[in-house]
Design a protein around this ligand. Structure first.
Ligand SMILES: Cc1cc2nc3c(=O)[nH]c(=O)nc-3n(C[C@H](O)[C@H](O)[C@H](O)COP(=O)(O)OP(=O)(O)OC[C@H]3O[C@@H](n4cnc5c(N)ncnc54)[C@H](O)[C@@H]3O)c2cc1C
Ligand code: SF4
Length: 569
């Protein structure tokens, strides 16, 4: 009698253990979380959630790459087509417009034939489909936003404030910066708060002249670019050795890319399962909740499924929105897809710096960075010259030599030695959130995996164009203030998308009637779906966005760990 129930209990216990063991090895077992996309934001989601003890499936559409694929030390003359492979344009007519898509790394960028989209108006959509996404080739410029951005509507009356404030973001910025390593110098500007910095890179002589002149004569700051590149050893990664073409990889892992940092850390926990070549098609639903992700094997095209309790979409702004749209979720209020934004950029000025002597030299190491001029327009005012918001500049000054000189031998060498210092700056301006800029599913077209593609309707309005025109003019004024000669303005209005800072389309907000996700990136309609990449943005600011995207992802993951987990328990 005594043994019966005990034995029964013991057998039940063993069955439980066996079931548990099967669950651990069975791919059908639900994970705690699925993260779609392994780029800048997805890497952080994988790191944070595995560190919190969750079992995470990371789905990445592209293939795995290893340091053997890096080519930053391989000059173009060592490549089969000397850097001019016809395949780049043939297979990637849109991607090849991007300076970073080269013969040595073009396969990291999407094949435009396999990944079409419909441009209702011109939109250059630059995408990378490999482990690490665009963190493999990004420009690494990293700037905080401030309440001038998060609460922009309160400042000038246009659009909506974000439901989060700068103060709330500070701990998350700090967590990201301490881990990533951002080099730069503190300037104490309220509109461009300082990060937790590694030492800033050195400015050149021309840049020092510009910094002093622009501050003395105009009260504007010129600082060294703030970049996710190490200027000293940090978290097990080596300092940058200034070789230059970071977009082709980095054998010393000196710039931040997710595979060698966040994803590597997630893997070390033993709780990450990485699925590469997994092209997510839609979120699977059951009883009003997300049950998992359906995907296709990129190579074999076979359909597969993976299940989890929570889904995080980190597939990049427009891909995450496309996934929601193809799942027919989160759009009952018609907000999904609206307010696509991308910085208008490229307008500026350049000139000669006759004050400086350009001597023949072996040349400096190739500093992978430039200067930055923080926003000075409408910091206190609401409007200037009929426009709201502002812009920042990136640029630089260095000696140049006449490599294209005519002649041969001694005459060529002499002409080549007649070098001159140049200075150039180009602007990145805020793009207003406008409902008429939107994306939708094109029901007539599918990609190579049979997944319906996006149709994009986006164009710049008057405000972006006024910012652009003003930015050109002001660049020329600042160069002249620094003593530059032959100053010329440059740049035409850029094509939307081409700044590669696309954001918006699943905006966050407190009101479920007008927004897609809440202040923690949690979908109003499907609470176990989170969208933490740029899709959740409310306004664009003028700073490069990735640092803020990563900080927002970290914040959402903390919420999942501490608050959402309680709701699920
Ligand atoms: C040349 C270049 C220069 C840039 N310079 C800067 C800069 O200086 N500063 C800055 O802030 N930003 C810069 N950016 C932009 C920056 O790279 C992006 O903002 C950032 O990478 C976005 O992070 P993400 O995680 O949202 O997307 P990504 O890093 O693009 O990663 C998305 C991942 O999701 C995967 N994915 C997409 N769809 C699916 C699917 N259906 N199923 C499975 N996986 C999927 C992709 O393959 C990709 O790996 C630059 C970008 C480029 C290309
Ligand atoms: S310049 Fe620096 S960060 Fe860029 S690839 Fe070379 S070592 Fe790496």
């Amino acid at each position: 009698m005594r043994c019966g129930p005990k034995r029964g209990g013991r057998y039940a216990g063993l069955r439980d253990i066996l079931r548990l063991m099967l669950q651990i090895v069975s791919p059908k077992d639900p994970f705690d979380a699925i993260v779609v996309g392994s780029g800048a934001t997805g890497g952080w989601a994988a790191k944070k959630l595995t560190a919190a003890g969750m079992r995470v499936a990371l789905l990445e559409a592209g293939k795995k790459i290893t340091p053997k694929d890096f080519t930053e030390h391989k000059p173009a003359w060592q490549l089969p087509y000397l850097g001019m492979s016809p395949k780049i344009r043939e297979e990637r007519p849109i991607q090849s417009l991007c300076y970073a898509c080269r013969e040595s790394n073009y396969e990291w960028f999407v094949n435009d034939r396999e990944n079409p989209y419909t441009q209702e108006k011109p939109f250059h959509w630059i995408r990378q489909r490999v482990l690490g996404g665009r963190s493999m080739s990004w420009g690494r410029q990293s700037y905080r936003m401030s309440d001038l951005d998060f609460k922009a509507a309160s400042h000038d009356g246009y659009g909506d404030d974000w439901p989060i404030s700068y103060d709330e973001m500070v701990p998350y910025y700090e967590e990201v910066e301490r881990y990533v390593g951002i080099s730069g110098n503190s300037e104490g500007l309220p509109q461009l708060p300082d990060s937790v910095f590694l030492p800033g890179m050195e400015m050149t002589c021309g840049e020092h002249i510009l910094r002093k002149a622009v501050m003395d004569k105009m009260g504007r700051v010129v600082t060294i670019g703030r970049v996710a590149i190490l200027t000293k050893q940090h978290n097990g990664r080596a300092a940058c050795h200034y070789c230059g073409p970071c977009e082709q990889g980095c054998v010393t892992f000196s710039y931040f890319s997710s595979p060698w940092t966040t994803i590597a850390d997630a893997q070390k926990t033993g709780r990450l399962t990485l699925f590469t070549d997994a092209v997510a098609s839609h979120v699977m639903m059951k009883d009003g909740k997300a049950a998992g992700i359906a995907y296709l094997d990129r190579v074999t095209r076979e359909p597969r499924e993976v299940r989890a309790k929570v889904i995080l979409l980190c597939a990049s702004t427009l891909e995450s929105t496309r996934l929601l749209m193809n799942s027919n979720i989160c759009n009952s209020n018609d907000a999904l897809g609206k307010y696509v934004m991308d910085h208008i950029y490229g307008g500026g000025a350049s000139g000669r710096m006759p004050e400086l002597e350009a001597r023949p030299w072996a040349g400096p190491p190739d500093r992978p960075n430039g200067i930055y001029v923080p926003r000075f327009r409408n910091v206190k005012e609401k409007t200037t010259n009929g426009f709201i918001r502002g812009y920042g500049y990136q640029g630089g000054s260095s000696p140049g030599f006449n490599w294209g000189a005519k002649g041969f031998g001694a005459s060529y060498k002499n002409a080549l030695r007649q070098g001159e210092w140049h200075m150039s700056m180009s602007m990145w301006a805020e793009c207003l959130a406008r409902k008429e800029n939107y994306v939708e599913i094109d029901r007539e077209r599918v990609d190579a995996w049979g997944i319906p593609v996006l149709k994009i309707h986006a164009e710049y309005g008057d405000n972006e164009k006024k910012l652009f025109d003003d930015g050109k003019e002001q660049a020329a004024t600042m160069l002249e203030a620094a003593g530059a000669k032959d100053v010329r303005t440059h740049g035409e209005y850029s094509v939307p998308g081409f700044c590669i800072h696309e954001i918006g389309t699943a905006r966050m907000g407190n009101d479920a009637k007008t927004s897609v996700v809440n202040r923690y990136c949690q979908a109003h309609e499907v609470p176990n779906v989170f969208v933490t990449d740029g899709a959740c943005w409310v306004s664009s600011a003028c700073q490069n966005p990735t640092l803020t995207m990563m900080a927002i992802t970290v914040r959402a993951c903390d919420y999942i760990q501490h608050e959402y987990a309680k709701q699920m328990a």
